[in-house]
Write a protein that binds this ligand. Structure first.
Ligand code: KIV
Length: 283
């Protein structure tokens, strides 16, 4: 295990104030989280994108609270020192403040999360305030908010026009004033991200929104070519694990078919006397 210090809110705020970039990643299970911890990443989001990347659905909407808790628990075991954020699934916070607080509380109590994230602008300010007032740090999420992809016209850049950009900039301030400790800006033009960042007193994190934010987020499966359905333009592949694994699987099929796997180092043998005794017993 690493000897890292636990990432705390004061530490994230200090990084922001001192102009040190904050690193964030979405990941979903123990082996990934273990590597994330070793790499020294600051913040880990257990995203409801797991409905797509882990479960193969076409949207994030089918993720349930129980799915999220199970995965967040696994990530916490792998990343004990990262700032761990549970992503509130669709319709677990929209209906009422009570639902929002109860479900946010589950992430904290059952999975050991440090914070939660929810999607939406001014219309979610009341929820942000209620959850924050219950003592749970809340990250906002503006721009492309995948739970509203249908209303937004698909997975596309938001805030390209001046009117919509102004609304995003205003929403960021409203969420901050409602008590959000940080805001994720997904797929907005870099100019919009820069303005939001310049005006913010809390860390702004960019996902495909350019270099001006206080930190960056990518999704593990996108970074390592592990999601076969599509590759968003903003993603950089930092390592082609998908191809490495595929080649390994093809080699496995070949070696088993050709009987070159397994080899003696891959199996176990009884002592001769035990084997002879066994044969005697079987005769
Ligand atoms: O679910 C997720 O991974 C997210 C990111 C796309 C920000 O919400």
């Amino acid at each position: 295990m690493s000897d890292r210090k636990k990432v705390t809110l004061p530490r994230l705020m200090r990084k922001m104030r001192e102009g040190e970039q904050i690193t964030m990643i979405t990941c979903y299970d123990y082996p990934m989280a273990y590597l994330v911890e070793q790499a020294g990443i600051d913040m880990v989001l257990v995203g409801d994108s797991l409905a797509m990347t882990m479960l193969g659905y076409d949207s994030t909407l089918p993720a349930t609270m129980d799915d999220m808790i199970r995965h967040a628990q696994a990530v916490r075991r792998g990343s004990p020192n990262c700032w761990l954020i549970g992503d509130m699934p669709y319709m677990t916070y929209q209906p009422s403040n009570e639902d929002a607080i109860r479900n946010a509380g589950r992430f904290m109590a059952e999975a050991g999360c440090d914070a939660i994230k929810l999607e939406g602008g001014r219309e979610m300010a009341e929820r942000v305030h209620a959850i924050a007032a219950a003592g749970i740090p809340v990250m906002g999420h503006l721009g492309l908010t995948p739970q509203s992809a249908s209303a937004l016209g698909g997975f596309r850049v938001q805030g390209k026009g001046a009117e919509q950009a102004k609304r995003i900039i205003e929403d960021a301030k409203i969420l901050e004033e409602a008590g959000a400790y940080s805001i994720l800006l997904e797929l907005v033009p870099e100019q919009v991200c820069r303005i939001v960042t310049e005006r913010a007193g809390i860390p702004i994190i960019s996902l495909g929104s350019g270099p001006h934010a206080h930190g960056q987020l990518l999704i593990f499966h996108d970074m390592f070519n592990l999601y076969p359905k599509f590759k968003p333009r903003m993603v950089k592949v930092f390592g082609d694990a998908g191809t490495v694994i595929l080649n390994g699987l093809k080699q496995y099929v070949k070696e088993v078919t050709e009987r070159t796997f397994p080899q003696p180092e891959n199996w176990f043998t009884m002592k001769d006397e035990e084997y002879e005794e066994l044969m005697g017993m079987l005769e």
